[in-house]
Design a protein around this ligand. Structure first.
Ligand code: X90
Length: 276
């Protein structure tokens, strides 16, 4: 197996990866007198319940250069994947850390990937890198392959309050969600911002819309990862609906960690998928 390390920020919802060197750099979630570090120790359910009843100001912050350097550790070859640079400073901090690391240790190399997305789409990228490393592909071959690896992200949100309050979507877009029983569906745009697609009432209509958007976005039966925030039921219904249409699809359902839970909010879910 090719000796590479995979490093992501915590928006990828990954705590570990089997059979490969791995680290996650935490984002942080801030309330007035509380701070949640998005690492393996975070009680995500406790945080979501706290935020649900909390009426004060809350925000997030990205990993700093030190966080990234400590995630890089002492690896010789690293693939580093960040949340979209158009909504977070994570990519910039990772770039500063990469430059410092490569200058300090000549010969070491970091391939930095701006996902222009987050959550399960980042997890798909990380898993593809792991698969190629397991298959003995060289660092350069993996870098080359990843330039053509095509994936997309859809999201389904019951509330966009935290996104709007933190300036990640317009207040107008945020009004798409937030009415009882109404869910807003959108996608990560090509430049890594939120692009709203429509609003739907009830689970069956939402699931039909999501599988329809997936097809329109050239999904044809590849790998899918669904991350949900306290909404396993919907995530599993979506998984079953996709499986019904594409019987051989490889689909996994996971829980959002801290950062994605903060923005997706209770009931929200994200769908990352490979495209043709
Ligand atoms: O640096 C920071 O503080 C992090 C800011 C992150 C802002 C957006 C996170 C979105 C999380 C919500 C739906 C998916 C949106 C996909 C857009 C590319 C999840």
């Amino acid at each position: 197996m090719t000796d590479v390390k995979i490093v992501v920020d915590s928006s990828a919802d990954l705590l570990s990866m089997d059979g490969i060197s791995f680290a996650s750099a935490p984002l942080k979630i801030h309330a007035e007198d509380k701070r949640f570090v998005d690492n393996a120790e975070l009680d995500v359910v406790g945080m979501v319940e706290f935020l649900y009843s909390y009426k004060g100001k809350s925000s997030t912050s990205c990993p700093n250069t030190e966080d990234w350097l400590s995630a890089f550790g002492d690896a010789e070859r690293i693939f580093c994947i960040t949340i979209t640079s158009n909504l977070s400073g994570s990519y910039n901090a990772a770039r500063v850390a990469k430059d410092e690391y490569e200058a300090k240790y000549p010969g070491r190399k970091i391939e930095l990937i701006d996902s222009y997305s987050t959550g399960p789409e980042m997890a798909l990228m990380a898993e593809k890198i792991r698969e190629l490393a397991m298959a003995e592909r060289s660092f350069e071959e993996i870098s080359e392959y990843m330039k053509g690896y095509k994936t997309e992200l859809l999201f389904v949100l019951e509330s966009m309050k935290n996104l709007a309050n933190n300036g990640r979507v317009s207040k107008i877009a945020a009004t798409l969600a937030g009415f009882l029983g109404i869910r807003a569906v959108g996608r990560a745009s090509d430049v890594g911002t939120l692009e709203m697609l429509g609003k739907f009432r009830g689970t069956p209509a939402t699931i039909t819309a999501v599988t329809g958007y997936m097809r329109d976005m050239s999904y044809s039966g590849g790998r899918v990862i669904i991350s949900h925030c306290l909404n396993e039921k919907c995530a599993e219904e979506l998984r079953d609906a996709i499986r019904h249409l594409y019987p051989s699809a490889d689909i996994s359902v996971r829980e959002c960690r801290g950062l994605c839970s903060f923005y997706a909010e209770r009931g929200g879910f994200l769908v990352g998928f490979e495209t043709a």
